[in-house]
Structure formats: structure tokens, C-alpha cells
Design a protein around this ligand. Structure first.
Ligand code: THU
Length: 132
């Protein structure tokens, strides 16, 4: 088992998901080589809940790291869990098009896609540079 996989499995156990009962764990590797983890944290005011990927990204930024090189997301779903649209955009803020995102089930099924495949046509800073 690789480090990202085991880190995501471990942090998933801490997920706070009393409303959906859908626990998610995420692990990201930064360009410094450090691995950051996050789990989903739900709230009785449902929209205030946060995804596992958002937690891992927040931990990375809080540590002063800003470049994602790889990510791994795992849940107890029948097929590999895919990051929601908002998390795809969050990943795109800190990762280049070619980074690999591995999505996994607890049963060992994995599916890997690049960020560009997950979020084609991402909104990027390039649009700012072209502003008039
Ligand atoms: N969730 C994540 O944390 N990451 C994903 O990639 C998909 C969805 C969470 C949000 C919510 O707490 C629960 O899964 C059900 O949507």
C-alpha cells in the first residue's frame, strides 16, 4: 500500500459525517514531498459541511505549502469516489493539469485521472491576465 493510500484510509476514520453517513478521506502530496490529509466535516446546517479534499488543501496551505503533485481520495462507495465540482476547482488552484488524482473504494478498486480530465475548461488566472 502506498503512503497516500494508507494516509487517506487512516484519516477517513476520523470523518464527521453523521448526516450522510458517507465518510471520505483525502491525502495530497505537495511539491515539498509532505503528505497532508483531510476528511469530510459535516454540519447540521448542511451547506456548511466541508469535503475531505478541502480539509487536506487547507492543511497544506496552513503549513505554507502551495503546490499539489498528487492526490488520493477514498470512500466506502461501490465505485471510486470522485471529487465534487467545487473540490475539482480547489485542486486546480494548487495543482497543474497533469497531476494524477486517484479515486478509490474501501474494497481496493482504484481509478486514476488527471486534473485536466476531471476539470476540463477550468477557470484559471489566465482569464485575469486577459482582462480589460
Ligand atoms: N464528499 C467529500 O468529502 N469528498 C468527495 O469527493 C465527495 C463528497 C463528502 C461531502 C459530504 O460530507 C459527503 O461526502 C456526502 O456528499
Amino acid at each position: 500500500m502506498n503512503i497516500l493510500q494508507s494516509a487517506a484510509i487512516d484519516v477517513r476514520k476520523n470523518a464527521y459525517a453523521p448526516y450522510s453517513n458517507f465518510k471520505v478521506g483525502a491525502a495530497i502530496r505537495s511539491s515539498s514531498g509532505t503528505v497532508y490529509v483531510g476528511c469530510n466535516v459535516e454540519n447540521v446546517a448542511f451547506p456548511e459541511g466541508t469535503c475531505a479534499e478541502a480539509g487536506a488543501i487547507a492543511a497544506m496551505v496552513a503549513a505554507g505549502d502551495y503546490v499539489i503533485t498528487e492526490a488520493y481520495v477514498i470512500a466506502g462507495s461501490p465505485m471510486p469516489v470522485t471529487p465534487c465540482g467545487g473540490c475539482r476547482q480547489k485542486l486546480a488552484e494548487f495543482g497543474s493539469n497533469d497531476i494524477r488524482i486517484t479515486m478509490a473504494t474501501l474494497n481496493g478498486i482504484e481509478h486514476t485521472m488527471t486534473l485536466a480530465e476531471l476539470l476540463p475548461g477550468a477557470f484559471t488566472q489566465d482569464f485575469f491576465e486577459a482582462k480589460t
